[in-house]
Design a protein around this ligand. Structure first.
Ligand code: SF4
Length: 366
């Protein structure tokens, strides 16, 4: 009986929390274009993009994608290169490839209609629990709670969870708590409110506790442990990689071509284009010459026109030290590179530091 009373009390508390949360969201939720629609394609796209970046940076990507591919059919019909080019700068390019593959799957297996139940959404290529719950709740009113980094922070502080949130059991518990508190009349709004609150008030650093409507219920606040929660395990060690890029402009019959390499295999930037590369585990102090690059033995005697200072580019578990060596020559480029007229570079997807270099060198306009 006592247990029943406790769970009844908790239910009431959770309901009050969701009422207050939804009232807060109705007043303070940001007006974003994907919140004005229930079109699952557009909501799905926003969720995948927002896994990569913050709203301000993700918004132009979403707008460009929707303009280029207004529906599933147009995304499915696009070439991979075009999809990756629009994704350029967001990182985690496998997500763009999965998005593309899932659009084709929807066309082939679901007659072009976005699946309407959680299991079928979750079965799409690249769709994890988070994205499936977001689309199912926002577009189809299904009661699946989302658990992203914002929800983890908000819930773990509310409940004073002092175990590492990276542990699967702790993560599961946070999911249960988020689900228990859900207002099943408005599951999509509830999920968005949870994420929005974490993203705009219950911030990682300097959260807005002063103006928070949940201070009386927040265990971390009561215990003075807001800055300690959520508890995280130390991040995996970052590995350094040293990339020396040969930026080869080949002059053939008066026309200029850039030598590009498509990145294949299971490595960073799969499917994107960069340059012939020498890579080492350490910074090399020796002076490189053009003839040191693979397939460039006929360039012995040539000199680089320009060598940049190393560029540091951070990935999740990698720190890239990148140096660009510019060579303008009439010799044939090394295989298996492709040569692209300088005027046609805009059609190619490049990793961010490569695109930045090309822009700074005046070789790429956008
Ligand atoms: Fe987050 Fe502070 Fe509100 Fe607790 S009181 S939920 S830590 S903003």
């Amino acid at each position: 009986m006592a247990g029943f009373a406790v769970s009844l009390l908790r239910m009431r508390n959770d309901n009050r929390l969701s009422d207050d949360l939804l009232a807060w969201y109705d007043l303070h939720g940001r007006d974003l274009p994907w919140r004005r629609t229930r079109d699952p394609y557009r909501v799905w796209l926003s969720e995948v993009i927002l896994q990569q970046t913050r709203v301000n940076q993700g918004l132009p990507y979403w707008e460009r994608f929707v303009a280029a591919f207004p529906d599933i059919e147009s995304l499915a019909a696009a070439g991979e290169q075009e999809v990756l080019r629009l994704w350029q700068g967001l990182g985690y390019y496998s997500r763009a490839r999965n998005l593309h593959a899932a659009a084709r799957e929807i066309l082939e297996r679901h007659d072009g209609c976005f699946p309407e139940d959680y299991a079928a959404i979750r079965a799409l290529k690249g769709v994890g629990e988070y994205t499936a719950a977001a689309v199912a709740s926002i577009c189809f009113n299904l009661p699946h709670a989302v658990v992203d980094g914002n929800v983890v922070r908000f819930v773990s502080r509310l409940h004073g969870i002092d175990r590492p949130v990276g542990e699967p059991a702790v993560r599961r518990r946070i999911g249960e708590l988020a689900h228990d508190g859900m207002d099943t009349r408005r599951p999509g709004d509830y999920n968005q409110a949870m994420m929005e609150f974490g993203a705009t008030v219950c911030l990682p650093v300097n959260p807005g506790c002063d103006a928070c409507p949940f201070t009386a219920r927040c265990r971390a606040f009561r215990d003075g442990r807001v800055s300690e929660i959520p508890v995280r395990v130390p991040a995996a060690k970052v590995r350094d990689r040293y990339l020396h890029y040969l930026v080869l402009i080949s002059v053939q019959k008066g026309r200029e071509f850039l030598c590009l390499r498509k990145r294949e295999g299971r490595d960073i930037w799969q499917g994107l284009y960069d340059f012939p590369c020498l890579e080492g585990e350490n910074a090399t102090n020796r002076d490189l010459s053009p003839g040191d690059f693979p397939g460039m033995s006929n360039a012995v005697g040539d000199r680089f026109g320009q060598v940049t200072d190393p560029v540091i580019h951070l990935l999740t578990h990698r720190r890239l030290h990148i140096q660009f060596y510019l060579l303008r020559t009439s010799i044939k480029p090394p295989l298996p590179c492709i040569t692209v007229p300088l005027t046609e570079l805009t059609g190619y997807p490049f990793p961010k530091p490569v695109a930045n270099f090309l822009r700074q060198a005046g070789l790429l306009q956008h």
